[in-house]
Design a protein around this ligand. Sequence first.
Ligand code: UD1
Ligand code: PEP
Length: 446
Amino acid sequence: MWAARKSSDTLILINAFMRPLKAKFGKELLEVGKYIIEGLRPLKGEIKVGGAKNAALPIIAAALLADSPGVLEDIPQLRDVNNLCKIIEEMGAKVKISNHRIEIDPRTVFKSEADHELARKLRASYYILGVMLAKEGHARTTLPGGCNIGNRPIDLHLKGFRALGAEVNLDHGVVEVKADRLKGAEIYLDYPSVGATINIMIAASRAEGKTVIENAAREPEIVDLANFLTVMGAKIKGVGTDVIKIEGVSEMHGVEHRIIPDRIEAGTYMIAAAISKGDVFIRNVLTEHVKPLIAKMHEMGIVVEENIEGVRVTGQNDFKAVDVKTLPYPGFPTDMQSQMMALLTQTDETSLIIETVWENRFMHVDELKRMGADIKIDGHSALIKPGHLTGAEVRATDLRAGAALILAGLAAEGKTEVRDIYHVERGYEDIEKKLQLVGAKINKIS
Ligand SMILES: CC(=O)N[C@H]1[C@@H](OP(=O)(O)OP(=O)(O)OC[C@H]2O[C@@H](n3ccc(=O)[nH]c3=O)[C@H](O)[C@@H]2O)O[C@H](CO)[C@@H](O)[C@@H]1O
Ligand SMILES: C=C(OP(=O)(O)O)C(=O)O
């Protein structure tokens, strides 16, 4: 959407040229690309982090709950955001995008179904379910896409909707939820699922009476969404703890809201600074959100200095091996696991990573091995031995796997080609440009 608005003439020309090729090879043809990285250059300077993808997405969807237009600031320019905006536009909302600001007018929404093809392109499309169920008493969408990092059921979302009084149907991968009136309920989540907590919180904000979500997820993105909903008129207490209480309201209005900084993007650049043996100030970081990473970096002997605006990471010492276990917030984030693994290939001894959130989030391991890494997987654990990385041709199997390979490329001798960068662009805005600004030799070939 941004690209189209930035240079629509160029796109018309490209499309005319690509149409016959797209017809022959499929519509994703334009989305293939690669990064080429030449490593062993210490990064120096400053990188600015953007708004958080995983906060922006539910907040864009939740803007439809209002009965008047609203404005969102610090929206990252990402494939996922673009696709979600297309979904809500197709449902009738008026969406005006300029730079990192989006105006959403929900008054013209006439449809409670998300376009299936678009919905399959991202995980967060399922927030349309909670939003439209609350707003119109009906919603329909296909099961969502997102990273292929394991089984990604939505049973807890559906359990929550049922508890609120909705009728739920899941047939051939299409989910439909309906209710004449949602009623507040007590809902215990078997696991503190981020998506289920968000979807239930959204639906409950317009239900009749009080809802209590127990064993709720505590991620900062959920707190950001709750702050947004509260300014819109919702009554929410306990967010950021594992018990969230919501008193339903009948009206919500459009507001202005600034999205919190992306803690995973911040963490990725913190590792870029360290792994390249560089010295980088990463601006626009809420340091309390990256504490689990800062703690591990300190253990490794990496110098991390925090201030109100961000963190300075200096990676000039030798790195000590550490063990890492991924957990729901405030534990070490699974979304930083692959990037951390790239860093742990550069330590003095063997490190251990235990992935407890997703059962299939080691797909980057085979790719890192192509670059010379010595990693053994046993179930949910990976043993990482120190090794010398050399450039290779590798594939970004998912968003954070792609980020890990770019990071490994920064520490590798020679040239690394990271292919299939579709997923990377779902979650990182201009990663190659931000890295170029601090001295990395990285180019994107589209
Ligand atoms: C768009 C978005 O915000 N994505 C993030 C969100 O994903 P997402 O919201 O999909 O992740 P969840 O927190 O829901 O999933 C965590 C665990 O709960 C399980 N589960 C989840 C839902 C459900 O109904 N039943 C169930 O069993 C999953 O299989 C997984 O093992 O949180 C994850 C965990 O921090 C991150 O890796 C993702 O980047
Ligand atoms: C897994 C991720 O995203 P999604 O849930 O959107 O696939 C992620 O952001 O690392």
